[in-house]
Structures are given as C-alpha cells and as structure tokens.
Design a protein around this ligand. Structure first.
Ligand code: ADP
Ligand code: MG
Length: 710
C-alpha cells in the first residue's frame, strides 16, 4: 500500500505559486537542479518557455532513408545499434561510428568533439538525429545527436513530425529533463489558470484561452497552434504594460493639478518677435498641439520627437516664454553641459533687452553661483533656468515651476523624469507640465511602450536652407586620402568636426583626442587652427573653444561624442568619425546631424573596419539613409530594443514573448484596448478587472509607481 504523501499530486490542479518541492513526482534532486535556473515554483517552470521547437522526426529505416536522401542535406532520425567507433586524432579530432539497423549501415561522424568519445559505446542501442547526406554510397550524419535507447522514447511512426521543445538549460539540468518535468505538471498548472480576459473579448480578437496558450507553448500540436499561443501571450504582455502606463497617467491626472498657461494673440506675437527666424509650418503645428495642452489645468506629459536638426529648440523656447508670460517659471534640462551652455546662449540671445531672468545651472558652476541660483529659483526671482542633471538634484526647489522641458530624453531614465515632476509641488498636488524632446527618433512601437504615458508630437522635415550631408563609409586604410581631401576643403575656409571614441590614451589601439589632434596638427592639417573638446575640459575653456569654432577662428575641432547631441554650429560642413564601427547607428546619425546645418554641401565620412558582415551592413544602412526613423527602425532590428534605447535601464519588466520589432500590429491593438479599458474602469476596480489588476500590480506596480502618486 502506498504511504501517505502530503505533497500535491500532479494529477490535480496545481497552483502556480506552489513550490516544486511540494509536488509529488518531482524528486528532491530535480528540485535542486531546477533551482540553479532560478525555477522554484510550478509557475516558474511553466513560464520557463522553450527557446524553440524542433521537429521530432519520423523514424524510417536506414535503407529507406538512404534511398530518400539525395544530394541535399536532410534532417533524419535513425534508430539502430552502434557498431564500430573509431577516433582519429590530428589537427582536428574526428570520431567515426557506424550505425546498423538490420536494413543497412549509416556513418556517424563528429569533428572536434573529443568529449563525444565517452558517450559512444559499441553495441549500444539508440537514436541518432541530425543532418544527413550521401557520401561514397553511405548515408552519413555530420555531428549528430546521439540519444541512448533508455532516453530516446518510443518511435514516432506518425507520418507528421511532431514538435519537441528545446529549453534553456544549464550544466546541471538539460533540456530533455526539463521537458520531462514540465510534462508532468503542465496539465495541473493549466487547470488552475484563470483567464483575465473575458471570453467575448477574446473571441472578438481571436485570442486563444490563456491555459491553452501555456499548454501549446510547451507542447504544440503544430506550428499554427504555437503561433496562436505566442500571439496570446504577447498580447497579454503588451496589454498589461499599456494598462500600467495608462493607469499611471490617469492617476496623475486625477490626483494632481497643473497651472494653466493660456496663450493669446498678444503673447504669441511677442514671443514670435523674439525668434531670430520665422517658425516653419511644422513648428507652428507642433507648437499649437503643445499650447492647447498647456492651457489645461492638467499636467501635460508630451514627447516631442524630431529628427536631428528639425528645430526642436525653438519649439521649447516658445513654450518656456509662454510660461514666463504667464508669470511662472520654466526649466530646460540637457544631457551634457555643452548642450546646456548652447541652449542658454540661444535663449539669452532671444531674451536680450527684456527683463526676463535666465540662469545656467550645471556641475561647473561655482559654489557661490550655485547657491545664488538655487535661492533665486526658490524665491521666484529667476524665471528661466537651463541646466544639466544638477537641476534634478536634491535641494533644488522652485517657487512656481510651470513647465519642465527635458532635451534628449533617451539619456534619462524614467526615474529621473519622476524626480523632476515632483519639483515645485509647493501646494501638494500642483506639478509642472513636462515636455520631453528627443532627436533619437524612437520607433513608434517603442515610444508607446516605454513612454506610453506620454502624448506624442512629431516634428517632421527641417527648416529651410539646409543641404543634407553626403555620407561615405571607408576602411581605415583610406584615412590618409580622406584627410588629404578634407585638407583641400579646409583650405577653402570650411570647418570640420573629427570625432574619436576615447578621451584618453589606452592600451587598445583606439584613437584618443590628444594623440589624434597631435597627429592631425603635425600631419595632414599642419598649419591649420585646430582645437579639441571633451567632457573633461573645464567649462570656461570649453565655452571659449566652442565660441572660437562657431566664429570660424578654429577650423578643425577634434572631439569625443560630447558633441553628439544637439550641438549646433551651422558653418561646420565636414565631419569624420574614427572607429565608426564602435558606435550605434542612431548615434552615428546623431553625429552626422552636426553637419548639413548650413547651405554648404556637407560631407560626413565614417572610417571603420567592421570585422563582421553585420557591422558592415550597419554602416552601409546609415550611409544609404538620411531619415532618422528608418535608421532607428533598422537599429531596433539589428540590436534589439534593450540595447538601442536603454529599455533595460528603464526598470520595466522585460517581455518574455512579445517582440517590439515584429509585434507592432499587436501592440496597436493592445494599446487601443488598454485605452478603452482604462476609460471604463480607471482604477481597474470592477470585478471583471480584478485578475488584470492583480497581474498588473505584480508585474509593473512598483516600476511604474502605481498607486503611490501624490
Ligand atoms: P534639433 O531639433 O536637432 O534640436 P535645433 O533646434 O538645434 O534642432 O535647430 C537646428 C538649426 O535650425 C539651428 O541652427 C536653428 O537655429 C535652425 N532653425 C530652427 N528653426 C528654424 C527656422 N524656423 N528657420 C530657420 N532656421 C531654423
Ligand atoms: Mg536639439
């Protein structure tokens, strides 16, 4: 008689939270091995999805297979007895074995796999799987998988091949063992899964029930079913994140207020008068979108994206002046000191002759300046402030901050954004409007996902009077020719940026600012006025250098990527990027955006030796397109969202199934659904939202700060 086992049997419903130790049928050794993969509960195991599925091939005899396989390499599965096993050593170890099944003999060969030798025992029965071709009249399998009989399972005689899951495994536990354990508990776990999406909702969207989806992810009957299962799980992931960002937005809206900043004709005319140029129709359109938000007593939360050089600064300046016209403060935050200095210069030129108080607050400020600025902001005697992260620091408080503009958002995490929001909450629920600008065009799918709580404005085109840069990609062996050609143009009075990856000399052969500047000054650019900037140059000197470059006193500026974002020197028409293969596509596009700002025909040369096809392809992709959106999409495909936009640093839980590069359509669907859902039930408090709410809180609650705002 079986003794009483207090553990849960695999034949009954299994709660996903149940620790694996408490399930009878999973031995303590297996539990331990699974722990190495960080799998502790039944749910962990079911969420541990296969990386892919392989066809479990139908078995045929060796004779039959030999007659079916022709010139092409084919995947086969053969059952038989290992006969001879021989090892040949030499520059490459080669193991040869023969497999017999009574109908014929096949050859199995392994190259450079000495460790296989111990796994092959003559006389052993088992299954060989792998790619086969005919050689010298024999069926030959190259580097096949050898599965001894006791683990091989029964023959699949079914005509259709079935799909076998391949799991992420570890040294302690292999895919086959994981497969066996999952098989034991899958049904039980699936039986206890409650579907958060009501049946009619699912039917309308052609989504399979959740339990079926989990079942099919592990053990699909066919590829179609697997695709449907993926779609269901991806939809849930996208929906959940969209619900999260929208709930956050709705909470911000219902629990906070912002100052309304109305505009009228007289204010508008005054602001335009201050601009050094006439705003383009595109700028007008985007400004109108923003201004209508700013008139509301609800905090604006808008992302302004526009390609490099599209003229975002003027849009920001307009809005900041509107805040001041309404008697409030505005702040502009930039990712680098260089850019903050430039913004301050542009704004102060616009405000010349007015009594608007504008200050610059960066890490380079003297202690006395810093103290004075902080006091001025708190007292309200400073109207506009431009700065870097220093502005986001503890201790900086405003008297009545109505608008915060953040330039180049992709450099800031979601968290920093949250910090700035809290500034100026003198009367608790009052928060500033926020305008986030990015020149790294974020593919729409990603923008929605990461910053789904933002409204989106897009500034298209460029202001008149600019010629896009011609881009060339060359090997480093061509560098001398590049510099010789540049010299001819520099001699005619043009100006160049030369970008190198490193500030300081290092062991690796990477060009650094000082060494490269020396090389240029004593070689190809001898006699020209040449200078350098990088992040570690002191502010006064940096400002002086930039000013000298802007005014044409310096013809060549050697720099690190500090000039990557935002730097605007319309005269500069030449750019060289050294070691271009080390930069991301979007980054190269940004760099290139520093030229092509004036009317002169600009040239941008990427010097790079890419060792891989991929690297080559990346550089060519950028050479062939001048459109930041196309390039960003390309970058997303080549590198994945985590790499491209710091999605990993965003603090949000990553997707298991959804793929932003390919699930755009599903994302739009999920977004629309989330929007409707939140409009109906903003706090997800209705009974039908209960399951979703619980899942949402568990997945994104803390990262999004849901429920703890204001
Ligand atoms: P980005 O969108 O990359 O921040 P900027 O705001 O730096 O672009 O603008 C790029 C250049 O275009 C600057 O030199 C700016 O003075 C110029 N510019 C912006 N708007 C206009 C306009 N309406 N007419 C002419 N030049 C403009
Ligand atoms: Mg800019």
């Amino acid at each position: 008689m079986a003794s009483y086992d207090p553990r849960v049997s695999v034949s009954q419903p299994i709660d996903a939270r149940l620790p694996l130790v408490q399930i009878s049928g999973i031995g303590p050794r297996a539990v331990e091995r699974l722990a190495h993969l960080d799998l502790h509960t039944a749910g962990d195991l079911v969420r541990h999805l296969p990386m892919r599925h392989e066809r479990r091939l139908a078995e045929r005899t060796i004779a039959q297979t030999t007659s079916e396989v022709h010139d092409e390499t084919t995947n086969v599965r053969l059952r038989g007895t290992l006969a001879r096993v021989r090892t040949r050593t030499g520059p490459r170890t080669k193991i040869e074995a023969t497999l017999e099944d009574g109908t014929a003999t096949a050859r199995l060969v392994w190259f450079n796999a000495g460790w296989m030798r111990d796994k092959l025992h003559p006389g052993e029965l088992g299954v060989a799987e792998g790619r086969a071709k005919i050689r010298q009249g024999y069926l030959e399998l190259g580097n096949p998988r050898w599965i001894p009989e006791e683990r091989a399972g029964s023959a699949t005689t079914d005509a259709s091949d079935d799909l076998r899951p391949i799991y992420p495994a570890s040294e302690e536990i292999g895919s086959a063992e994981i497969e066996a354990i999952v098989k034991q508990i899958l049904e039980g776990v699936c039986q206890s899964i409650e579907d958060p999406l009501p049946a009619p909702f699912r039917h309308e969207r052609d989504l399979m029930p959740l339990a079926d989806a989990w079942r099919a992810m592990h053990a699909p009957n066919n590829h179609d079913e697997l695709a449907m299962a993926r779609r269901r799980l991806a939809f849930d992931e996208l929906l959940l994140l969209q619900l999260g960002v929208m709930m956050r937005r709705s909470q911000l809206r219902s629990r906070t207020r912002a100052v309304s900043l109305p505009c009228n004709q007289s204010i508008d005319a005054h602001i335009r008068q201050r601009m050094p140029f006439r705003l383009t129709a595109e700028q007008d359109r985007v400004i109108a979108e923003i201004v209508s938000d700013l008139a509301q007593p609800l905090a604006m939360n808008r992302l302004l994206q526009g390609d490099v050089g599209s003229g975002k600064t003027a849009v920001a300046a307009y809005c900041m002046m509107l805040a001041v016209a309404n008697g409030h403060q505005a702040a502009l935050v930039a990712p680098t000191e260089l850019l903050a200095e430039q913004h301050e210069r542009v704004l102060s030129a616009m405000l010349a002759g007015t009594d608007v108080k504008l200050r610059l607050l960066t890490g380079s400020c003297s202690e006395a300046d810093r103290t004075a600025i902080i006091a001025g902001l708190a007292r309200g005697t400073i109207d506009l402030v431009v700065g870097t992260h220093a502005l986001l620091e503890e201790g900086v408080a405003f008297r009545h901050l109505a608008l915060a503009v953040i330039d180049e958002q992709h450099r800031f995490g979601v968290r920093q954004r949250a910090v700035l929001r809290q500034k100026g909450q003198g009367e608790l629920p009052l928060i500033p409007h926020s305008l986030v600008m990015t020149a790294t065009p974020i593919p729409r799918t990603l923008a929605i996902t990461l910053y789904g709580d933002l409204d989106l404005s897009t500034l298209r085109g460029k202001p008149p009077g600019r010629t896009p840069a011609i881009t060339r990609v060359v090997d480093s062996s061509k560098a001398p020719e590049v510099y010789a050609y540049l010299r001819t143009r520099l001699d005619k009075g043009e100006q160049a940026f030369i970008v190198v990856p490193a500030v300081e000399e290092s062991e690796q052969e990477i060009k650094d600012v000082a060494t490269h500047m020396n090389f240029l000054a004593n070689g190809p650019f001898r006699g020209l006025s040449i200078s350098s900037v990088h992040g570690r140059v002191h502010r006064d000197q940096r400002e002086a250098t930039m000013q000298a470059f802007r005014s044409g006193v310096i013809s060549v500026l050697v720099a690190t990527t500090v000039i990557e974002v935002g730097v605007d020197v319309p005269n500069a028409s030449l750019m060289v990027v050294e070691h271009a293969e080390r930069f991301g596509l979007a980054q190269l596009h940004q760099l290139r955006g520093r030229v092509g700002r004036g009317t002169a025909a600009s040239l941008c040369v990427f010097i790079g030796d890419s060792t891989t096809d991929d690297g080559r392809e990346r550089l060519l992709a950028i050479a062939s397109s001048d459109d930041g959106f196309t390039i960003a999409e390309q970058d997303l495909k080549l590198r994945g969202p985590g790499e491209v936009f710091g999605a990993r640093q965003s603090g949000l839980a990553p997707f298991r199934v959804a793929n932003l590069a390919t699930d755009g359509e599903l994302l739009r669907r999920a977004r629309a659904d989330a929007q409707a859902w939140i409009e109906r039930d903003p706090e997800l408090q209705r009974p039908e939202s209960e399951l979703l709410r619980r899942k949402l809180m568990a997945t994104h609650g803390s990262a999004l700060g849901l429920g703890d705002i204001g």
